[in-house]
Design a protein around this ligand. Structure first.
Ligand code: UDP
Ligand code: MG
Length: 139
């Protein structure tokens, strides 16, 4: 049984360039229901903690600096088979490899600044949702 929720971030590059609205419209049109959302600016320490699974990788320091460089939209999304369906909607990590019509193909400007985050498993969807949202912030 696949999970009903996934967690997403509209990353600083996309927020900064006014793409949050168009990205949210695509998420909505694809049938995802927003059950929690807020705008936050992560501290460096929060970004390091959120991405701790990547600690030690070559791109880690640069990634956490980028992710804390400006406000982001964090959200929990509901959909059948949410994790897999959302990863299809956003496309590959590297926008050069993303399918046409995906959010990353349309809005990414590099592998790092790839516009959106999407959880990679039901377990991480729970962990990442709990990282940002209390129970009373979910609808
Ligand atoms: N990333 C990067 N360089 C890389 C791989 C990843 O800057 O070579 C960044 C990119 O922003 C990516 C994030 O690190 O979205 C997390 O990487 P992951 O492999 O988990 O990709 P995702 O699950 O976001 O597709
Ligand atoms: Mg990932």
């Amino acid at each position: 049984m696949n999970g009903a929720i996934t967690f997403s971030i509209i990353k600083p590059n996309a927020v900064r360039t006014g793409k949050a609205g168009p990205i949210l419209a695509m998420i909505n049109e694809a049938g995802f229901e927003v059950i929690a959302m807020k705008m936050v600016r992560m501290t460096l320490e929060q970004a390091e903690s959120f991405y701790e699974v990547h600690k030690g990788k070559s791109f880690f320091d640069s990634l956490v600096e980028f992710m804390s460089s400006g406000p982001v939209f964090v959200m929990i999304l509901r959909h059948e088979n949410a994790v897999e369906e959302f990863r299809k909607l956003i496309g590959a990590t590297d926008p050069a490899k993303a399918e046409p019509g995906t959010i990353r193909k349309l809005f990414a400007i590099s592998v790092q600044m790839n516009a959106v985050h999407g959880s990679d498993s039901d377990e991480n969807a729970q962990r990442e949702s709990d990282f940002f949202f209390t129970t009373s912030e979910r609808y």
